[in-house]
Design a protein around this ligand. Structure first.
Ligand code: NAD
Length: 275
């Protein structure tokens, strides 16, 4: 169902790889709500994934870019300026850790890989904002959202150095949010999403148990990619004009829970079985 929340708005969506990607759903919802968008991902992802199909379906240009390279980000924003004038919203939905992929534990990190994790999953956000601001590519009142995870605040086994990347990502949202808000009226927020079944999500060790755990602990259950897309749409819309520099949980209540009835029943049964 469309509420026309983004009628006339233009945006850039980073990070749709396949139908499971959260960014894929955000792109579909944005267009449903009346926006015109540009889609972007790495050249390899564009070649190997299904982004071109999505572009055709949504009538969106696809511009390949590695988000760790300023000159490639510049191409994306220049293309957006050429196509739309300025843009009203940007989604950063990018994450990858070679340490997590290779199963390296947090006390056995490869530091070159850590650099890559931080560069792709966090510093790319700063680069994106810095390039956008330099080119004055985001309209007054525009909205930028990056996706994050609660491992930025609490320890989750298996999330490894992505936890550090997410902490940095959220910090960038605050630090840049102050400057971009003050100078250009642009708001910047992070959405902290429930565990979600996607390509990046399945790289995390014990993902299926984590999904069950979060589902049992959250009074509303896990938020899925569609729920995340809906939330992002509200943040891109004019209904959230004064919200900036926030880390916003879209997690069915997980972040405020200690122990739930469901979780304690599962835990005590499992514990009895081990006695
Ligand atoms: N899936 C989850 O459980 C979950 C939970 C909370 C937050 N998130 C976050 O949501 C975001 C999207 O992840 P997803 O779960 O939809 O998985 P996904 O694998 O579909 O998306 C990750 C994207 O990052 C892109 N990417 C990797 N390196 C890049 C680079 N150098 N330049 C540009 N793009 C690059 C990939 O091509 C891919 O499209 C990530 O930031 C992730 O950490 C995911």
């Amino acid at each position: 169902m469309s509420y026309n929340l983004l009628a006339g708005k233009k945006g850039i969506i980073f990070g749709a790889l396949n139908e499971q990607s959260i960014a894929w759903r955000v792109a579909e919802r944005a267009v449903e709500e009346g926006a015109e968008i540009i889609l972007t991902n790495t050249a390899v992802a564009v070649r190997m994934g299904q982004l071109n199909e999505l572009g055709e379906k949504l009538g969106a240009k696809v511009v390949p870019a590695d988000a760790t390279k300023e000159e490639e980000l510049e191409v994306v924003f220049q293309e957006a300026i050429k196509t739309f004038g300025k843009v009203d919203f940007v989604l950063h939905s990018i994450g990858m850790s070679p340490n997590v992929r290779k199963g390296r534990s947090y006390d056995d990190l490869d530091y070159k890989m850590l650099q890559t994790t931080l560069d792709i999953s966090a510093v790319s956000f700063h680069k994106m904002l810095q390039v956008a601001k330099r080119l004055d590519a985001i309209a007054e009142g525009g909205s930028v959202v990056a996706l994050t995870y609660i491992a930025a605040q609490r320890t989750f086994v298996g999330y490894g150095d992505m936890a550090d990347a997410k902490s940095l990502l959220e910090s960038i949202a605050r630090s840049f949010g102050y400057i971009y808000g003050r100078e250009k009226g642009v708001r910047i927020n992070t959405v902290s999403q429930s565990p979600t079944v996607t390509t990046a999500g399945s790289g995390v060790k014990g993902m299926s148990d984590l999904l069950d755990f979060a589902e049992d602990l959250s009074p509303l259950g896990n938020a899925d990619a569609n729920d995340c897309a809906d939330y992002c749409i509200t943040l891109f819309s004019d209904l959230t004009r004064k919200i900036t520099m926030q880390n916003l949980f879209n997690d069915g209540g997980f972040s405020s829970m200690g122990m739930s009835l469901d979780a304690i029943e599962v835990f005590s049964k499992g514990r009895d079985a081990h006695k």
